[in-house]
Every structure is written in structure tokens, then in C-alpha cells.
Design a protein around this ligand. Sequence first.
Ligand code: PSU
Ligand code: MN
Length: 308
Amino acid sequence: MIPMSLSGAIAAARNENRPVVALESTIITHGMPYPQNLEVARQVEADVRSAGATPATIAVLDGRLHIGLEDAELAALAQAKGVAKLSRADLPACLATGGTGATTVAATMIAARHAGIAVFATGGIGGVHRGAESSFDISADLHELAQTAVTVVSAGAKAILDLPKTLEVLETLGVPVIAVGQDMFPAFWSASSGLRAPLRMDDPATIARAHLARAALGLPGGQLVANPIEASHEIPPQTLAPIIARAQEDAARHRITGKAVTPYLLQRIYEQTEGRSLAANIALVRSNARLAARIAQAMGNAAQEHAE
Ligand code: PSU
Ligand code: MN
């Protein structure tokens, strides 16, 4: 086992067998500007608590894996410059070199699994980028969902991605993609991508049972829960389309590649929607946090019934 630092709240929750929800930190360091990132990180943690679970924001600080951050650690991370973005390939390297890094969806899943946490809330997962047929840019998040048994609650994948290809890859990898409360796969800032989701489940208990059924079958991998943004916060796809296209052109012109692509596109979209995309992003992460807390509770109840 890699040594982990548990926050006080996480240590207590584990002792008392109470539900825990993992939260990623790349959204804090690379996904939103300061100070909104810190406000949102605190707000999302509060949302998890008020929905009945304990939040575990995950990051590597000075070479140590942290499961749950104390508020001063969260505040320091939100303002730190040059924090590494850690995916599957980078997480062990950062631990070995004593570095500080924020975890993506893939790395947060690995850390959560390591700490025995089954449910994780984020904004949107990484996926297949547009133009992947020539760039081969496919997020490691997709393969992680196929390998690591964590249920990830998202608002789908960002509309900056190629959503049909993202769904195809998830299908190939055998990842259950579960829309909540509707038939369509959501598109992050918009409630519907216009594509049908492969599965639909409307209550946390069913999602929890499906997670446990995968484990009982001995299948590796998790589930992608796709929770649509609430209508009042939605940005219509027609409004976003030209903005995304421009951001994409800018990325190509500036030869942005690899890990830098997603943060670059998000930044350009924030600028061009004058903060509207940020407000939507905040609303959907908060909604995902609340749903994840309910799934974590349901998972605890179902596991208990199973044991009886
Ligand atoms: N979604 C957001 N903001 C983000 C990300 C996703 O709304 O910052 C981050 C997540 O950490 C995700 C990562 O795992 O981007 C994907 O990066 P890449 O495409 O380089 O795999
Ligand atoms: Mn990539």
C-alpha cells in the first residue's frame, strides 16, 4: 500500500463506516480560475456533506497521496502555480519524486479505489477529442473506467469532445454509461447531446446495485453516471457551437497538444462566454456532488443488506 494522508473528516468517516465521495483536484488547478476554483471546491464539499456523505478531495502534496484535504491545504492548492496534472501515467511518478499534483478523473479513480472509496463526483470526464483520427488524442479517463471499480458521477463529456466517438469507445471498453432521469446522453453545459445514452437509471439505489453487481461478477472497471445539468443553468448547444469551433481553431493554430489541450479549450470557452460557461460548470458539479452522495449512501445500505 502507498502511504496515504487521510483528512480528519475522512479518518472519522472510515472508522464509523459512513459514506464517502471522492472529488478530483484537476478541476480546481486546471479547470477553473482562482478564486472561483476555491469557492467552488468548498461549495462542492459542503454539497456532499449536506447530502449525507463525507467529501474526499484527492491530490498529491509533496509526494504524499492525500485522501481528503484540510481547508488550508485546499486553499493552498487552489492558488499554487505550476501544479502538475496527474493522470494514470503521472501519479506514481509524482509520488516517487516528491512532487505536488492535481488528479484527473483517471488518477482520482485510482486513488479512490486504493482508499476503498467507490463513488466519485466530477464535472465532465475526458474523452475522444475531435480530430482524434489524426491526433490520436483520447483521454486515459476512458480506459480507467474500464479498469478501476469506481462509479463516476459526471454531466457527461464536454461538448469540446467528439461525443459519438467517446460513446463508441466506452461501448468497446464495456463501460456502462448510465443517463439519469432522461434517455439522452448529456453534453456537460447542455442537458442533451442529441445522442441516446446506452443505459438509463433514475434512482441512486439502482445505480448502487449495478455497481455491486459488476463487482459480484468479478468484472473490473466502474460505471459512468451521466447526470444532466439542470435546465435553468443550461447553455444551448447552438450558442456554444461557434465558440467551441473557435477555441478548437485557436488550439490548432497555437499547436496545443497532449495534456494542455483540455485546460486550454476550457479557458478559451470561459473567456468567450464571459463566465456563463463557468456558472454552468459550477451548477453541474454541485448537482453531481449531491447525486454522488446519495449513491454512496445507497451503496452502503445495499452492501449492508448483502452482508446480512
Ligand atoms: N472536466 C472539467 N474540468 C476539468 C476536467 C474535466 O469540467 O478540468 C479535467 C478532468 O480532470 C479530466 C481531465 O480527467 O480534464 C481530462 O484531461 P485529458 O483530456 O487531458 O485526459
Ligand atoms: Mn488528451
